[in-house]
Write a protein that binds this ligand. Sequence first.
Ligand SMILES: O=C(O)C(=O)[C@@H](O)CO
Ligand SMILES: [Mg+2]
Length: 258
Amino acid sequence: MPKFAANLTMMFTEVPFLDRFEAAARAGFKYVEYLWPYDYPAQELKAKLNLHGLKQVLFNSLPGNIAAGEWGVSAIPGREEESRRHIDLALEYALVLECPTVLIMGGVVPPGQSRAKYKQTFIDNLRYASEKFKPHGINIVLEALSPQVKENYLMKTQDDALEIIDLVNRDNVFLQLDYYHAQNVEGNLARLTDRVKNVLYHVQIASVPDRHEPDEGEINYPFIFNKLDEIGYQGYVGCEYNPRSDTAAGLGWFQTYK
Ligand SMILES: O=C(O)C(=O)[C@@H](O)CO
Ligand SMILES: [Mg+2]
């Protein structure tokens, strides 16, 4: 049975961020993920996790200047120093939070720029991250994002991410498969799951097309959850969705899984 993680960036937004840990625990979650921890001292976040008996399973490296359209700097040529600062900071937080996995954000490739150069920059920075994280047993994941959410992101399909994982060629760099993005771009989700199973390390879910609870829309999630069991997936399943209304009221789908 999948181990579900509440995504505290998107769920429980009825309460301030630091109160979402308690809300997730009350709703029956044992695991949490969220985009970025950096607005808070790592010790303060760890204290919240401990207080509510939660385990942090994922967070991301910094995104750069979101207002300017950035979504990660680790693929941007000329921003290597900044990327490595982001990676070093992520490691500091991962150690305190005892978080086993960090998503390294790649970047948007502006139209007219060389995708090949962005890809090579990302590979070089991922190798840096891999070496830094390796002695601590911390893994890296990459995620493909659909254009509906982030146009011109370096990785749009799972194959884009798989190619980079292959080229990085390090044993602590894996795939984060977000079924919401994968359905937007690729579909064929059961076969896709089989195809990526050897590098699959984190999963995220939401309905398509509306990115709500996984109990509506065009993806049959009970089937996908069985599929994950069938391939022996041992990782976490992040609930990265915008609740239709009240988060707790929308957790009917979760009752059979907690
Ligand atoms: O947008 C998503 O999907 C994510 O998982 C973010 O954490 C990274 O872009
Ligand atoms: Mg995602």
